[in-house]
Design a protein around this ligand. Structure first.
Ligand SMILES: NC(=O)c1ccc[n+]([C@@H]2O[C@H](COP(=O)([O-])OP(=O)(O)OC[C@H]3O[C@@H](n4cnc5c(N)ncnc54)[C@H](OP(=O)(O)O)[C@@H]3O)[C@@H](O)[C@H]2O)c1
Length: 285
């Protein structure tokens, strides 16, 4: 298929382009030449790529920066997504818009399913949810793919930060939050799930695409260091209250993949398996 990937030079976008080489024809729409807040630049990208489908990854992704500049977060995550959706409608391209667990409040245990009520508590979550609504209003057949706790080749991500800190000082003490739980998710696993959805033009609406199984950031770090044989790191748990941030972080970020199962598509891999595969493929990281 001819695909256009907005934010194609970001962490997820890069994985999609690399993973689908030889499978799909991927054009990239990213800054500086394509700005999703400037429809005329999007129009040029659509005219050049003639996409059959668009994977919309571009966003303002820094959660704390969004909290500090809500108008800009709205411009990129809501208005920008509406611009992409408008272009998809005009060019009859299928839209797959990437969204986030932050659309949920994240304040009660358990995994949230696609149909559960949204209640974002951050500017990032609220503007991404507004983007979801715009995508569905302008492209009724759009797919919204919610992901979370992402890591992938090149980073940046929590995993990259942990390994950098360990490399800098293998004897150090590291304190990591143990009361936020989510699904660590490899961009490679997301790419494979999106490929399955792309092959099914009948699918529309919200899909959760995170790896299976939930763990805290502390537990995730422990597994990263275990798999890398970094037993000299003195890893200690702490609570969210010990590590205040401008934007509140959800305590419960896990997502249930009910739509993927209903559609008969393969389940997402267990987070431990995806992590092990990722680290095996990146021995120098
Ligand atoms: N990372 C996560 O843990 C996570 C979790 C849940 C959901 N998501 C969602 O997944 C998607 C991809 O995330 P990611 O981690 O790959 O993000 P990323 O690495 O920040 O990539 C986003 C890309 O979009 C570009 N971009 C920013 N503003 C743009 C604009 N106005 N026009 C065109 N391109 C623009 C960025 O360019 P610059 O770098 O130059 O700004 C960057 O290349 C996003 O929609 C995000 O909300 C991510």
């Amino acid at each position: 298929m001819r695909l256009l990937i907005t934010g194609g030079r970001g962490m997820l976008g890069r994985t999609l382009v690399a993973r689908w080489r030889g499978l799909h024809q991927c054009a990239v729409a990213d800054l500086p030449e394509t700005d999703i807040t400037r429809p005329e630049t999007l129009e040029a990208a659509f005219a050049a790529a003639k996409p059959e489908a668009v994977i919309h990854c571009a966003a303002m992704t820094n959660v704390d920066a969004c909290e500090g500049d809500r108008p800009r977060a709205f411009l990129l995550n809501a208005r920008g997504t509406a611009n992409v959706a408008q272009a998809c409608a005009a060019h009859r391209a299928r839209l797959i818009a990437i969204s986030t667990d932050y659309v949920f409040a994240g304040d009660r245990p358990g995994a949230r399913a696609e149909g559960d009520a949204t209640d974002p508590r951050t500017a990032y979550g609220a503007t991404k949810l507004a983007g979801e609504a715009a995508a569905c209003a302008l492209c009724p057949d759009a797919v919204i793919a919610r992901i979370a706790w992402l890591y992938g080749p090149g980073g940046p991500s929590f995993l990259h930060t942990m390994l950098r800190l360990a490399r800098e000082d293998p004897g150090r003490t590291l304190t990591v939050v143990d009361d936020q739980v989510g699904n660590p998710t490899s961009t490679l696993a997301v790419a494979d799930a999106l490929a399955g959805i792309l092959a099914r033009p009948d699918l529309r609406g919200v899909f959760h695409l995170t790896c299976e199984g939930a763990v805290s950031w502390f537990g995730f770090a422990r597994e990263i260091f275990r798999l890398r044989g970094l037993g000299t790191i003195d890893l200690r748990p702490c609570s969210t209250a010990d590590y205040p941030r401008p934007a509140p972080r959800p305590h419960f970020s896990a997502l249930a993949k009910t739509r993927l199962a209903e559609a008969g598509l393969p389940p997402m891999p267990a987070w431990q398996d995806a992590l092990a595969a990722f680290l095996r493929a990146a021995p120098d990281l």
